[in-house]
Design a binder for this molecule. Sequence first.
Ligand SMILES: Nc1ncnc2c1ncn2[C@@H]1O[C@H](COP(=O)(O)OP(=O)(O)OP(=O)(O)O)[C@@H](O)[C@H]1O
Ligand SMILES: [Mg+2]
Length: 316
Amino acid sequence: MFAGSKPVVVVGSINTDLVAHADRLPLKGETITGNSFHTFQGGKGANQAVAAAKLGAKAIMVGKVGSDSFGAESIRQLTASGVDCTHIAVEPCDSGIAVITVGTGGQNTIVVIPGANAAVTPAFIEANRDVIKTAGMVLAQLEIPMESVLRLGQICHEEDVPLMLDPAPARELPGELLSLCSWITPNETEAQFYARGTADDAHSKSSSAVAAALLKTGTHGVVLKLGELGAYIEQTGGSAFQIPSFKVAAVDSTAAGDTFNGAFAAALSAGRDVEWSGRFGSAAAAISVTRMGAQASMPKADEVMALLSGQSDVKL
Ligand SMILES: Nc1ncnc2c1ncn2[C@@H]1O[C@H](COP(=O)(O)OP(=O)(O)OP(=O)(O)O)[C@@H](O)[C@H]1O
Ligand SMILES: [Mg+2]
């Protein structure tokens, strides 16, 4: 389905999540015995690359890992998922890590160490211009330095390749950045964050009002990711689409947004229209919430096509 399409090039973060489960969170200064420990591959950049690759799209990751065993394992697992890792550099530092403790009932504490992701500099982005310009769609998020995301936006503009920015986690953006984006893809809380100040009380307004406020920032297209309500898509001077969600038995929504982005970008890169690509993204994300985990929950293209054609085992 994606054969012959231009690649999806993801410029972003690569993390390892270290998750310890215990009956409760330890108190300050306390050591407790936990119940289980799991290691997961993560980072919004790596997640979006895996989402596209598992669907069968050509996905190229541009980023950095550290010179520790976590970095080597990230590259091994990304490669196993089908991601082209030849543009991942190994930096003489720690890899990006999230140390997560989870108590019974789900309360957690999280410490994120950006590690090598902080070394994804504007100069590194520039050094990868040749691969960036081959993209059918470039994907970025906000887990690398902001000046690097801005440089990426300028390069995409100069090379005339479309940039889809997932503006997450929500951060103040340099004014120029949004006008360099073909798409921004906030979830509900991120949309409120970026729409503030551009419209009177965007909070609680309709999706079309929030999208209109965001389009005034200069981006050419907006995807509002609305969780179990699906997505709302609008482009400057173009049409607007309410993309329904697929009714599924949700067990873990981790990385649903990343799955949507990888799938939406893969479909657009393959020349599909915006509405079809939105439905493809919504179906891929819906399948991902029926399974535990982030990268492990992401579907293959035939599963998504089965859901789209109503022939899936997923309960509708
Ligand atoms: N419970 C659900 N049922 C069906 N589809 C869902 C559900 N939750 C999410 N989705 C799909 O996944 C997409 C992205 O989900 P969401 O809006 O939660 O993104 P997000 O908050 O960015 O997620 P992430 O945790 O990955 O950052 C939605 O637009 C929708 O298509
Ligand atoms: Mg998100």
